[in-house]
Design a protein around this ligand. Structure first.
Ligand SMILES: NC(=O)C1=CN([C@@H]2O[C@H](COP(=O)(O)OP(=O)(O)OC[C@H]3O[C@@H](n4cnc5c(N)ncnc54)[C@H](OP(=O)(O)O)[C@@H]3O)[C@@H](O)[C@H]2O)C=CC1
Ligand SMILES: O=C(O)CCC(=O)C(=O)O
Ligand SMILES: [Mg+2]
Length: 417
């Protein structure tokens, strides 16, 4: 029994087999978090579009039993002040295995730490999977946006997102700087009295489990390359470690062999016989390459902070974060969420693009094996965009578009199913 979560009377849990495959009943209970800011706008639209796609695909044979759970500002209204992430929400996310969430606010500087990051860390959702593809007709700053077709594997559990940091002039910062200077012989902290200080943990295990997933994805989806993106020239033992451990794993576990003395290497896809190249790129150069030569990149494996930047940059190339989907995954639990944030200036205005959360739900349906419903979402999104009845973000860049509201776009999608 939960304090504030109402388990739907109809519906059953999705369960996980020892090999991590899912048992999905015809009436799965799926927990969702509405989200802060524009969460009130996009989440109900996503639920409606998904229900319509499932109804259309399975004619009533299958139906999702949605179960609202709480995090963020809504949780503080339901559970009381300072209850940003109730324990029972975490329990449900673990127990029900597949979930979806709207965006949650994180204040800059002081205040609570990111609930989004906390969810990923508490559930050890170590892969942040963000596919970036082009939909015909979407306005883009690129001449050939269709050449951008990448899948980002962002490490989601380590790096400076671990939140190990102390404010300038605090007791913690003073102690750590003293330790670094006196015990470790560090001489390079330029202004020790007034430095805030953070720690960036990056491990071999953390890197390997992420890169393994990226390589396996390339095999399963017949992709030509996996690029390790890092800033290992500067951060040698964290970002450089990520690169080295990534290459070593490709050689050890996937049989990759060096090309011309390395470090690039390649192996044959055991399913198709085609070569998969494993290469690396330094993050700053990578950010210009994806604009100038996007066709050369396919699967991207990168660290947490790089992945955050790269996600939004790549999203912009194919129409913006209004339609950029994502998933946070461990081996057994998957929580789907939009790439964008709460866009507070638009909150409650029925204005923003619900596409990002809807496409995250599409990933969720595919993860559940409900491919017919997922395909319907993709095709209705394509038709909606081609009909030029789109939200403000596309309408302002498209010639001859009719601007529709957030819920209006959901309706256009449903009409196109
Ligand atoms: N996973 C999560 O829950 C995330 C949460 N956040 C949090 O969200 C809050 C706001 O962050 P902020 O940096 O402003 O980033 P946001 O992603 O919320 O918004 C930045 C801009 O992106 C565009 N945008 C965002 N959402 C949509 C949408 N659905 N449709 C169309 N355009 C959209 C808008 O551009 P324009 O102004 O051009 O219209 C908006 O001003 C912060 O507290 C942040 O921490 C941020 C990212 C992820
Ligand atoms: O947690 C946050 O507030 C921001 C997260 C974010 O930007 C992301 O996951 O892409
Ligand atoms: Mg981000």
């Amino acid at each position: 029994m939960y304090q504030h979560i109402k388990v739907p009377a109809e519906g059953r849990k999705i369960t996980v087999n020892p090999d991590f495959s899912l048992n999905v009943p015809d009436t799965p209970i799926i927990p969702y978090i509405e989200g802060d800011g524009t969460g009130v706008d996009i989440t109900p639209v996503m639920l409606k579009v998904v229900d319509a796609a499932v109804q259309k695909a399975y004619g009533g044979q299958r139906k999702i039993s949605w179960m609202e759970i709480f995090a963020g500002e809504k949780a503080t209204r339901v559970y009381g002040p300072d209850m940003w992430l109730p324990g029972e929400s975490l329990d449900v996310l673990k127990e029900y295995v597949v979930s979806i969430k709207g965006p949650l606010t994180t204040p800059v500087g002081g205040g609570i730490r990111s609930l989004n990051v906390a969810l990923r860390q508490d559930l050890d959702l170590y892969v942040c999977l963000r596919p970036v593809r082009y939909f015909q007709g979407v306005p883009s700053p690129l001449k050939q946006p269709e050449k951008t077709d990448m899948v980002i594997f962002r490490e989601n559990s380590e790096d400076i997102y671990a939140g190990i940091e102390w404010a300038a002039e605090s007791e913690g910062a003073r102690k750590l700087i003293d330790f670094l200077v006196k015990e470790m012989g560090v001489k390079k902290i330029r202004f020790p009295q007034t430095s805030g200080i953070g720690v960036k943990p990056v491990s071999r295990e953390g890197t390997e489990r992420l890169v393994r997933k990226a390589l396996q994805y390339a095999i399963d989806h017949d992709k030509p390359s996996v690029t390790l993106v890092h800033k290992g020239n500067i951060m040698k033992y964290t970002e450089g470690g990520f690169r080295d451990w990534g290459y070593a794993l490709a050689q050890r576990e996937f049989g990759a062999e060096m090309i011309d003395g390395g470090p690039w290497c390649k192996f044959k896809n055991p399913k198709t016989g085609r070569d998969i190249i494993v290469k690396d790129s330094i993050a700053d150069a990578f950010l210009q390459q994806i604009l100038l030569r996007p066709a050369e990149y396919s699967v991207i494996a990168t660290l947490n902070l790089n992945g955050d930047y790269i996600s939004d940059a790549l999203a912009a190339q194919v129409g913006g974060i209004g339609i950029a989907p994502g998933a946070n995954m461990s081996d057994s639990v998957a929580m789907f969420e939009a790439t964008h944030g709460t866009a507070p200036k638009y909150a409650g205005k029925d204005y923003v693009n619900p596409g990002s959360l809807i496409l995250s739900a599409e990933m969720m349906l595919r993860h559940m094996g409900w491919t017919e419903a997922a395909d319907l979402i993709i095709s209705s999104m394509e038709k909606a965009i081609l009909s030029k009845r789109v939200t403000y973000d596309f309408a302002r860049l498209m010639e001859g578009a009719t601007q529709v509201s957030c819920s209006g776009f959901g309706q256009v999608m449903i009409e196109n199913m």
